[in-house]
Design a protein around this ligand. Structure first.
Ligand SMILES: [Zn+2]
Length: 319
């Protein structure tokens, strides 16, 4: 058990809280690993409210894992994603149109969903996975790079979206500031990610499924969004809460809730049940898998935030 505190990687405050240790990761972005990645510990900064995993793998090592990721893991039916449906409505309701950039657009499914019934927006994408980027380009999206830091500073977009991206980054506030630089004044920035302050996550602490995914490094919340918006030249317009599960009846929610409560409060009983074949995890070939967190996809543990770019210059740009 780690007891030491850890300086906040975002704001460098020493005022951080250890939430708990994170189980080892056995699958990275859909691909089983030959040897597990250590989970580290989950911390939260009490100054800027960012949650973060520590220690973290260096960026070049993470990129190697991403290049080997399963192509199908981030392929979605657009209508099944509440954040995509909400973001599309927000983009099409607004009076302004123009250029729309999807950061981490994968195969371009969201962008094509926005323009499904009209050519409302000019579509631009950024994607690290080269195979996915090729598919997006063939679908008519103008690909402008593989990383937001690569784009030249003069480019300005009318709207930017980034779904399920920011939790993969070690420096979320720098990412937010970079996206703000790419946005025209008055433009909208829509992000979605896990909510560190959700009820299910607060209950589970470091043993929550979402932070045990080894590709997730940073954990945000509406509280974090409000704390860092102004320093990035943004203001928070709207927050929405949602779950990634398309069906959330009692029949779906109850088994996940029971598994998670057992995992959290009776871990040895949970391991025992897993060894008896409960939960569809093959613990015979790899006994350590008995202690990996059950998913809780029906929990309302995600949020969508809509930022607007302020018209006045940010303090850094006034000199
Ligand atoms: Zn901080």
């Amino acid at each position: 058990m780690t007891t030491a505190t850890q300086t906040c990687p975002s704001c460098h405050s020493d005022s951080t809280e250890l939430i708990g240790d994170i189980p080892h990761g056995y699958v990275f972005a859909g691909r089983p690993l030959e040897s597990p990645l250590p989970g580290g510990s989950l911390f939260r900064c009490q100054t800027c409210y960012v949650g973060f995993k520590w220690p973290q793998l260096p960026k070049h090592e993470l990129n190697e894992y991403y290049q080997a990721a399963e192509f199908a893991v981030w392929t979605y039916d657009p209508e099944s994603r509440p954040d995509w449906v909400a973001a599309r409505r927000i983009l099409l309701d607004g009076r302004s149109r123009g250029s729309l950039l999807d950061v981490g657009c994968f195969d371009g499914a969201f962008l094509n969903f926005v323009n499904r019934d009209s050519e409302a927006w000019q579509l631009f994408g950024i994607e690290l996975n080269s195979e996915a980027a090729r598919v997006a380009q063939e679908a008519g999206i103008t690909m402008v790079g593989s990383d937001a830091d690569e784009i030249s500073g003069g480019t300005c977009y009318d709207a930017i979206v980034a779904f399920d991206i920011i939790e993969h980054l070690a420096a979320p506030v720098s990412f937010l500031a970079r996206l703000s630089e790419l946005l025209k004044p008055g433009g909208k920035l829509v992000l979605s990610t896990g909510n560190l302050d959700s009820r299910s996550w607060r209950l589970m602490g470091g043993r929550y499924w979402y932070c045990a995914l080894p590709e997730h490094l940073s954990f945000l919340s509406p509280r974090w969004s409000r704390a860092v918006a102004a320093q990035c030249g943004l203001t928070v317009q709207e927050i929405r809460y949602f779950s990634h599960a398309s069906v959330r009846g009692l029949r779906q929610r109850l088994p996940e809730t029971i598994k998670n409560l057992l995992y959290r409060f009776a871990p040895s009983a949970f391991r025992g049940l897993r060894r008896k074949g409960w939960g569809g995890v093959d613990v015979a070939s790899s006994p350590d898998l008995a202690d990996t967190p059950p998913i809780w996809i029906t929990a309302e543990d995600q949020f969508l935030v809509v930022f607007e770019k302020l018209h006045q210059s940010t303090p850094d740009q006034t000199t």
